[in-house]
Design a protein around this ligand. Structure first.
Ligand code: ATP
Ligand code: MG
Length: 492
């Protein structure tokens, strides 16, 4: 068998290429004749560094999406198509770098030193390669960690109207991963350059670049790049996940991604559906979000978590894109404009936020201490609503009100100051034990602002011990108590 034709040909890699001619250019859509065997998602070369992706066909021609700018692309020009899928460079060399949708760096730090490339439109991990999502991912936002926890490999949406603090929550999640052996990818889709610069400055000021990558297509990039960029980020993440790493990707934001795809589809003359989006927008975004997951031990045990940001219009979660995304993801953190304008930071609407993975992912101690938060909050909102209708309040109702007010006050936090696990646990423990209810609001503010740092000097190991603990043992309880007693003894 050793001299079979296959064995003889094996060392040679045959590359096919075809040439076609540009027949028409309509904005970023190029109509080409003469590429009889090309496939969807394949790359085509217009020369002079201009590239495109095959996006569809009609009876005679091929339609390609131009990726870069169209300056050098002319009618009648020849186009080459090699039988290769559209790929980008991937690898650990990308950590600390900023790249565009095609993987080209734009941070003036020279080229990215990696010789591995991966196709951008790859399938998601197979079911047999996956393991259940059950490892906690700390986000540093107290209310999220306590009530809508995120697990490694999960897809969590952060939704809200414009300017409600969505990016801030996602950035805090990135900052929280410092020293936790997690690689973060911030994927900017169609946001303004100033917004990207803001994220960039926060990340470099806080030292997050040592474990992060930025993959960006701003609103000045072409619609093609904006459409591809989340897939590129997922491809980089996928490579790292398959090497056993834990990866978090922030997509900021998926509504702009849908807009870019709508624009492309309208130019491709596909018939528009609801809200003028093409019928396959759901498929496209599912294909993207399905790539998150937790791999099993045989596959290296890596994970890829998605934090997808989506814009709503006047809090309407039933819009086409928001409702699609909700059905694709495993959890939702909803931000409310009304709460934001009341001064709540973060303005998480607890009633409209949920996580399918839920408490299963939380460390047992966190789960135990946060178990009655949602009920307490619901009771509080109900009593607050009723108290508007009638004057006078029973003793019990007053106690519920007070408990709710402390709870809401304790969940507030300023941006770029993610809470550590020890701080979260101490706050939850203090809430549960009722220590805070007899204090006034200045004491609440002092406690909230200083307990994290205080606990760190007093008992630096607490966070690690609490993460591994199986529940609130008497030993842990006295440890938490000791910190609280010492804190209030130092008095402000
Ligand atoms: P956009 O829709 O423009 O993307 P967004 O929903 O991402 O906005 P952010 O940019 O995160 O919102 O925040 C909006 C504003 O609220 C910013 O000025 C930010 O500084 C402020 N902000 C957000 N979270 C907090 C917080 N926890 N504490 C104080 N200010 C905050
Ligand atoms: Mg934002």
């Amino acid at each position: 068998m050793s001299n079979s034709p296959r064995m003889v040909l094996a060392p040679f890699k045959i590359k096919f290429s075809e040439t076609g001619v540009i027949k028409d250019i309509k904005k970023m859509i190029v109509r080409i004749t003469g590429l009889p065997s090309c496939l969807n998602g394949q790359i085509v070369d217009f020369g002079e560094g201009n590239k495109g992706i095959i996006m569809g066909y009609d009876q005679e021609d091929v339609l390609a999406l131009l990726l870069g700018d169209d300056a050098g692309v002319r009618l009648g020009q020849t186009v080459t198509a090699t039988s290769e899928p559209f790929s980008i460079p991937v690898g650990e060399a990308l950590i600390g770098r900023m790249v565009d949708a095609l993987g080209n760096p734009f941070d003036n730090q020279g080229e990215v030193r990696t010789d591995t490339i991966r196709p951008v439109f790859s399938p998601s991990p197979l079911i047999v390669e996956r393991a259940p999502v059950e490892h906690f991912l700390v986000t540093g936002t107290k209310i999220v960690d306590a009530m809508v926890p995120v697990a490694k490999g999960q897809r969590q949406l952060i939704m809200g109207d414009r300017m409600t603090g969505k990016t801030s929550i996602a950035l805090d999640a990135i900052l929280s991963q410092a020293g936790r052996d997690v690689i973060c990818i911030y994927c900017c889709i169609g946001k303004a350059l100033v917004a990207l610069e803001k994220v960039l400055s926060v990340m470099s000021e806080k030292g997050a670049f040592s474990y992060s990558i930025i993959v960006a297509a701003t609103d000045s990039s072409t619609a093609g790049e904006q459409y591809i960029v989340p897939f590129s980020a997922a491809t980089i993440g996928d490579y790292l996940m398959r090497r056993g790493k834990h990866v978090v990707i922030v997509f900021d934001d998926l509504t702009k991604h849908a807009w870019a795809y709508r624009q492309i589809s309208l130019l491709l003359e596909r018939s528009p559906g609801r809200e003028a989006y093409p019928g396959d927008i759901f498929y496209i975004q599912t294909q993207l979000m399905e790539r998150a997951g937790q791999l099993n031990k045989e596959q290296g045990g890596g994970s890829m978590t998605f934090l997808g940001i989506a814009d709503t219009l006047q809090g309407d979660l039933t819009g086409y894109i928001p409702s699609n995304l909700i059905s694709i993801c495993d959890g939702l953190v909803n931000l409310s404009t009304a709460m934001f304008s009341e001064g709540m930071r973060p303005a998480v609407d607890y009633n409209m936020s949920l996580s399918v993975v839920g408490g299963r992912a939380q460390p047992p101690l966190l789960r135990e201490l946060s178990s009655n938060l949602r009920r307490n909050y619901l009771e509080y909102t109900e009593v607050a609503r009723l108290s508007k209708l009638q004057s006078g309040m029973s003793k019990e109702a007053e106690a519920v009100m007070k408990r709710g007010q402390v709870l809401v006050a304790m969940m507030q936090q300023s941006q770029q100051k993610p809470a550590g696990l020890a701080e979260e646990l101490l706050i939850l423990y203090a809430l549960r034990s009722g220590t805070l209810q007899d204090l006034d609001s200045t004491e609440w503010t002092r406690f909230r602002g200083e307990i994290g740092a205080f606990a760190h000097t007093k008992d630096p190991e607490l966070g690690g011990v609490a993460e591994a603990a199986t529940g609130l043992t008497p030993e842990l309880e006295s440890r938490l108590n000791a910190i609280l007693v010492a804190f209030f003894r130092t008095g402000g």
